[in-house]
Design a protein around this ligand. Structure first.
Ligand code: GLU
Length: 314
């Protein structure tokens, strides 16, 4: 929020980048960072940085510092303080408590194994068959807390991917918000944070497309506004696998910022002129801010690295 003559005002556009410190940033993550950043800059808006370190067992020691160092070294300028999800548990628990008080949550005693035995496969694992929905069987205790999805179909517009339609009951099922290990689920945290930070526009990878209807469902239950979504295509290797640590993505290094940025712009179909490869970082950003046009990505779900990998893979 910016303060003008004593009145709190929200900017017309506030975007964000929300990496999980489960490893170093790589070219795939850089695409989401660059696209969300340039979209915010072109709109004259703000761009916030959120570290999604919600899951301690998956957080790699030192990764948060390296992510911040790389983003800074690449010349990204974020607005306000960096937000760390690991410090916001109270906020998430308050939202969970609200949903529970409103009757949207129920305790679930089922183990993974029990669910796997009777559930059919959905878009993101087994669809919970609703065993505990009407109450726990005698002698059983709640392990996790699930949110009811009801029988409403969701339709979410996406600036790049068109309408995203999902039958939550059939394709996802009642999903977990508070896990058996006591951790808050990503779906809840991201919704609470996007609302608390006043995010108006989410630009992120299309690997999160399938999560979006779940997030919109939670936004509606919590009375939050739904931001505008644009899911950019994900970078895959020649076998169609998403670029990740497992597929040997190179970690980004600060020394090569200008070159990597030009590669990112080229992958994002911005057609940077060849001479930009020799340019300094500030010049590359100057060109990018002047020419950025996200429309070049409309309808694309995947991006392939240039012949020979272009230094993208290890
Ligand atoms: N933390 C997620 C990731 O690194 C991104 C979440 C989001 O942008 O909503 O894949």
């Amino acid at each position: 929020m910016s303060k003008e003559s004593g009145v709190l005002t929200s900017p017309a556009y506030r975007g964000r980048f929300a990496p999980s410190p489960t490893g170093d940033l790589h070219m795939g993550s850089l695409l989401a960072a660059v696209a969300s950043y340039l979209q915010a800059r072109r709109a004259g808006g703000e761009w916030l940085l959120r570290i999604e370190d919600l899951d301690p067992p998956r957080t790699v020691p030192g990764a948060t510092d390296r992510i911040l160092r790389v983003l800074d070294g690449y010349g990204f300028e974020w607005d306000g303080e960096v937000c760390h999800q690991s410090r916001r548990t109270e906020l998430y628990m308050a939202a969970i408590e609200r949903l529970r008080a409103d009757g949207w949550l129920y305790g679930c005693a089922c183990t993974r194994k029990e669910i796997a035995q009777i559930a059919h496969a959905g878009i993101d694992g087994p669809v919970y068959p609703g065993t505990c929905r009407a109450g726990l069987a005698p002698g059983r205790e709640a392990r996790a807390w699930r949110v009811r999805v009801g029988d409403r179909g969701m339709a979410v517009p996406d600036a790049l991917q068109g309408w995203l339609r999902q039958d939550l009951a059939r394709e996802v099922g009642d999903f977990v918000l508070l896990r058996a290990d006591g951790l808050v689920a990503y779906q809840l945290a991201v919704v609470v944070d996007d609302a608390a930070q006043g995010i108006t526009d989410v630009v992120r990878g299309a690997d999160l497309l399938d999560s979006t209807p779940r997030q919109c469902h939670l936004q509606q239950l919590l009375g939050y506004a739904t931001p505008a979504y644009a899911h950019i295509p994900v970078l895959v290797n020649e076998r169609g696998e998403k670029l990740s640590k497992q597929t040997l993505a190179h970690p980004l290094v600060v020394g090569d910022a200008a070159g990597a940025l030009v590669t990112a712009l080229s992958l994002l179909r911005q057609s940077p002129p060849p001479a930009l490869r020799q340019a300094k970082l500030a010049e590359v950003w100057g060109w990018a801010e002047a020419h950025w046009c996200m429309d070049a990505l409309i309808g694309l779900r995947q991006l392939y690295p240039p012949e020979g990998g272009g230094g993208v893979f290890g």
